[in-house]
Design a protein around this ligand. Sequence first.
Ligand code: SIN
Length: 316
Amino acid sequence: MNEKKNKKVVVLATGGTIAGWASDLNAPHHYQAGQIGVGQLLEGLKESPHGIVSEQLAQMDSKDADHDFWRCLAQRCDYWLAQPNVIGLVVTHGTDTLEESAYFLQAVLQPRKPVVLTCAMRAANDPHSDGPGNLQDALALAGTGNAGVMVVCASDVHAAHEVQKVHSLRLNPFSSGDLGPIGQMKDGQFKRLRHPTRVHWPEPLPTLRDLLEHQPWPQVHVVMSHAGNDGSVVRAMQALDPPAGWVVAGTGNGTLHRALQEALEQAQRQGARVVRTSRCPWGGVQSRADDVFSHAGQLTAVQARVALMLALMAKK
Ligand code: SIN
């Protein structure tokens, strides 16, 4: 028996541009995400040193990701990670909400094996598609034994809690800010550039079981502070269908328009958890002496939304 082939990498496909199809190749930018199956994605790749198992979990444009999708994704990742002959996972995913799924999976699973999310900016039938190269890199990275959730795109490797999509068009749309990626893929080899930063988020996390049993997941909305934000959206939602939490993306170091501040303070008095972040892509927020809300440190607003939702599901 070939011992190496007994070790498996599992590919979980969820859709995205990497599985996208352009009906007119003269206009390859006009395509539909999530059209071709995982079998076709794997066709034509170089032979892997490990066995490959694949499963189609979803077939969607990741802008439409929802909590049912995350529930299924966490459950299937957990199942495969527990198999002794599985050395790592690859998740093919749309770029648009990839950073949210990556952060969610790292928080919930904290895996001791590699879980590598990958994607593409060009549809699968675009003659210059970047999908096959990214998938090949992801398969190689998933076989390296580096623990944790990572993202690979355009040869750059990012840690799940550091990565953000920062460009809507270019082939390398992700960034880990000033620190840069944690590593790079070259000729199927992973070169580590640095270790990931630590996440400061003092809130509890639910077990996977708590998470799967919780139905529905708590509603947490994101609102942005901006010129003229009079707090009316917060007040309207509080009157109509009050969410369990609000994440506010403030200006600079998480400062808020005073009308929005008042509306959120009232929401907090009514029982909602309110968490302050910054709408600046990097730098996060620091504590202030007059803080009336908790803050999410370095987390972005979409990460803080995930973190708060998870904290609300953790058993006291
Ligand atoms: C998506 O996020 O599913 C579509 C866009 C992309 O993959 O780049």
